[in-house]
Structures are given as C-alpha cells and as structure tokens.
Write a protein that binds this ligand. Structure first.
Ligand code: NAD
Length: 470
C-alpha cells in the first residue's frame, strides 16, 4: 500500500479502516440506534441551534429550515428505519439449469470507509442525508462540509462529535486544501455533492484508487410552459421554486422556456405571486433569504450587469444591496443567447425567460445544453408531456410542479452526465453505499463438473448441447 503518513488525515482514516469490519457486522438494530441518535440530535437537542446557524449563514427563514433541512433528514431516517430489515436481507435468485446443484443469492454489503463532501446551500440536509444512507448500509464515514457556511459546519462538527465515535463517523472542517488531502486517501466510496467543475476533480482523484463515486452535481434546470398550461398555477409554483433559499438550489428552475402566446399572462401572474410571497419590498420580508458570500453576490451581480449591457428587459426586480448580500427577485426577458445568464448555472434569484413558437424549438434548445438535474413541465397536454419526456434526458422531472420529486424517498434522486453520476435517497442511497455481492453456493454435486478437462469428444458434444439448450 502507498505511504500516506504525511497526509494530515491518514491517522483518522486508519482509525476507521481498522474498525470498518466491526461496523459492517453491526446488526440492523444497532444501525437503527445510530440513526435514532442522529434523529434526536437534529429534531430535539440541536434544533434551535440549527435554525440559528442557518439564519446567520444564509438568512434562511425558520419555516424553510424546518421543511428543507430538518424535515428532510428526519424523514430520510424514518424511511431508512422502516425499510432497513428488508434492504439488508439476502436476495435469493434462481440458478440456471446448466449450474444444477448450485444455489445463488446476492447481498448488499457495506463498501467500507466512505468520504462525504457536501456543499453550502442546504448544509445540514446535504451532509446528514447521505450520512443516513452510509450508516444504514453499515459504513464508516469521514465528512467534509462546506467552508462557505461556517456556522452550520461548526455546528455539524459538534453534533457529529456528540453523537458518534470517531472510528465510525468523523467530521473534518476546512477549505479546498482539506478536501484535496482527503481525496488522496484510498476511500472505498466517495459521495460528493457540489458543482460539475469540482465533480470532475473528485472523479479524477477517485480514479487513482478506482474508488466508486456518487456525484450529485448541478447545472441549468429548464422549465417548459406550454400554451395549454394553467398559467397562474404554473407561476405560483415556479415563483415558489425559483426564489426559495434566494434561488440557491440545485434543482431550482434555472430558466423558463414558454410558448410565446402565454408569456404576458405568465409575467403578470409571476408579479402577483412575488408580491404575495415576499411583499412589495422583499428586502424587508422575513420569508426571503440572502446570498451566501460576497463572492457569490459579486458573481450574480456580474450576470445582471452582463444582461443590462446586452439590452435585456428587466421585467421584475434588479435591485441589489452588497452590504446585506441582497438580490431582489428578478425576472429578465429578451436575453441574447450568449448572455452569461443563459450560459452559466445561475444559482441565485434571477429568472431568465425565453419564448418559443413550437415545442420542437424548446426541446432542441434544451438538447443543445448539458443534460440537466431537473426538467419541469407545465402542461395539460398529454401529447406535449410525452413528447418532452421522450425527447430529452434529465435526472428528474416534475409535471405541473417544481422540486417535489426530491421529497419522495421512493424515487431515485440524482443527475445524468454533467448533472451527476449515481443516485441517492431511500433505497437508492443505501445502494450507493453498498456493494452488491453475488454468492453462488455449490452443493454436493454440480453438473458443471461434467465439463472439466480433459476434454473428450463426449464433452465437446455436451458443450454444444449446453450452448443450444441451456
Ligand atoms: P462546490 O463544488 O464549489 O463545493 C462543494 C464542496 O467541494 C465543498 O465542500 C468545497 O469545500 C469542496 N471543494 C471546492 N473546490 C474544491 C476543489 N478544488 N477540490 C476539492 N474539493 C473542493 O459547490 P458549492 O458552491 O458548495 O455548491 C453549489 C453547486 O453544488 C451547484 O453547482 C449546485 O447545483 C450543486 N449542488 C448539487 C446538489 C445535488 O443534490 N445534485 C445539491 C446542492 C448543490
């Protein structure tokens, strides 16, 4: 094995490596106990501190924290606990007659020592969510949360230290250098949530050890509104989905593609719902969040400047305040295709609107871009919905709503190509952290022995018969 003794995290890694077979053999009830301890910490002991930390880091309103952070983790734990007995069972499968005398099954066994790297936009949910799957599957894990949300990361470190033993679950705080050092170690699985750019760095590092990866990435998620859609209901759901967490969500509707004939009506409805959700002045609304860091505020501001320079139309918003990292909910149309807003993932409260004359045009535009994490469709036409789904690819889709596919633990969550590799949530998360081990048990006699050397003409005939009949 390579010498890692200069790596600052090798000692911690080795502690977990030395313990991972013990953890792997833990019974289902022990894993459930660990999940319960985490649930209690999040739901009871640290609930108020979580709300406070997110208020400081992202100006996140209490209701959003309850629903998009605490509830998501607690429900993931409940779901895993309800299903764990079934997931960990031995799965018997039939055995072909050519292997007569043998029986077969497969098991989900823990991968071993795992690394979880998480982003800042839903710090608790996107750190503890994958951790639930890692624990359910019987792994040890080292976690590296984002440095962009320091209050949340410090609190998560406290929670992990309080709830777990270091030789099972540990959390390391730090910046990019910390990630880079961790990525040099020969983990058995890496679960990364973040940008496609960093996803590529993670995958390269994983390739060094042929470590398996789950990459939960981002990108631009399109929203199509056709002329049959209930426009007011569409606006209600899109404005909610786009401006929650100030647009800093990987599955936010990134941009709108709308049938030209219904654009004006849609804009009027968007204005109505924005006003309803965040009042006339969103800056004073307790329901509206802030941009995470000055760097991200400047990035978004530069997108607005670029749109202005290219003579786009600001339909709503456009006001900013650098001191409080506030960006007003903004809707922009008449954008040039080369605008940064149409080239880069926005990850902020700015919603570009593009119009189309026929659905083929909208589909062609989507397919000229990277494959998205989410694709939303607002339509009453079964034919249009079918046409869109059959002619595009996306990690997930909601029809006549946004985001809610994320909340159903029975569904796989994840992207495709540029928006991710592998799936998470519920059974799919458990599977990501498990090796599916195939086992064949040979009983006293097996027909395969009839074909062992030396090869005679009779065995040649038998081999031919096997190919033909079994
Ligand atoms: P990011 O990729 O910049 O950072 C994510 C993590 O990687 C952080 O912990 C960070 O410290 C670490 N990191 C950053 N640069 C690194 C490097 N060079 N080497 C190693 N590690 C490095 O992402 P972010 O800004 O925290 O989050 C925003 C991105 O994440 C968006 O693209 C968004 O769409 C995506 N995202 C995806 C999901 C999902 O579930 N698919 C969820 C949330 C966010």
């Amino acid at each position: 094995m390579k010498d890692y003794k200069d790596n600052p995290y090798f000692k911690l890694f080795s502690t977990q490596k030395n313990n991972h077979y013990n953890v792997a053999q833990s019974r289902v009830r022990d894993r459930k106990k660990k999940l319960d301890a985490l649930k209690y910490a999040i739901e009871v002991t640290y609930r108020e501190e979580i709300i406070e930390a997110l208020q400081k880091d992202l100006g996140k309103p209490r209701v959003e924290t309850e629903l998009t952070e605490i509830y998501q983790i607690v429900s993931e734990i409940k779901f895993a606990k309800r299903n764990l007995n079934h997931w960990t069972q031995k799965h018997k499968v039939s055995t072909p007659i050519s292997m007569l005398g043998a029986s077969s099954y497969y098991i989900f066994e823990p991968k071993g020592v795992c690394l979880i790297i998480s982003p800042w936009n839903f710090p608790f949910n996107l750190t503890f969510g994958p951790l639930v799957s890692a624990i359910a599957a019987g792994n040890t894990a080292i976690i590296k949360p984002s440095e962009m949300t320091p209050n949340s990361s410090a609190l998560m470190a406290k929670i992990v230290e309080d709830v777990f033993e270091e030789n099972e679950i540990a959390l390391v705080e730090g910046e990019v250098e910390t990630s880079s050092q961790l990525l040099k170690l020969p983990f058995n699985h890496i679960f990364f949530t973040g940008s496609p750019q960093v996803g590529k760095i993670v995958m390269k590092a994983a390739a060094e050890h042929l470590t398996s990866v789950t990459l939960e990435l981002g990108g631009k998620s399109p929203t199509i509104i056709d002329k049959t859609a209930n426009i007011d209901k569409a606006a209600k759901k899109i404005v909610w989905g786009k401006f929650m967490n100030a647009g800093q969500i990987c599955i936010c509707p990134d941009y709108i593609l709308i049938d030209k004939s219904v654009k004006t009506k849609f804009l009027a409805s968007c204005k109505k719902w924005l006003h309803h959700y965040f009042s006339e002045n969103p800056q004073t609304s307790k329901s509206y969040g802030r941009i995470v860091t000055d760097k991200h505020f400047q990035r978004l501001n530069s997108y607005l400047e670029n749109a202005k320079q290219l003579n786009a139309t600001f339909e709503v918003g456009g006001q900013t305040d650098a001191d409080s990292k506030y960006i007003e909910p903004t809707i922009i149309s008449d954008l040039k295709l080369e605008s940064t807003l149409l080239e880069e993932e926005i990850f902020g409260p700015i919603m570009p609107i593009l119009t189309y004359n026929n659905l083929d045009e909208a589909i062609a535009y989507i397919n000229s871009k990277e494959r998205p994490l989410a694709l939303y469709i607002f339509s009453k036409s079964k034919a249009d919905i079918k046409q869109i789904i059959n002619n595009t690819r996306a990690g997930g889709t909601c029809i006549n709503n946004t985001h809610i596919h994320y909340a159903n633990h029975n569904l796989p969550f994840g992207g495709i190509n540029n928006s991710g590799i592998g799936k998470s949530h519920g059974f799919f998360g458990f599977k990501a952290f498990s090796n599916q081990r195939a086992v064949v048990k040979q009983h006293t006699f097996g027909v395969t022995e009839l074909l062992f050397p030396p090869y005679s003409s009779l065995k040649e005939k038998l081999a031919k018969l096997t190919v033909k009949w079994f």
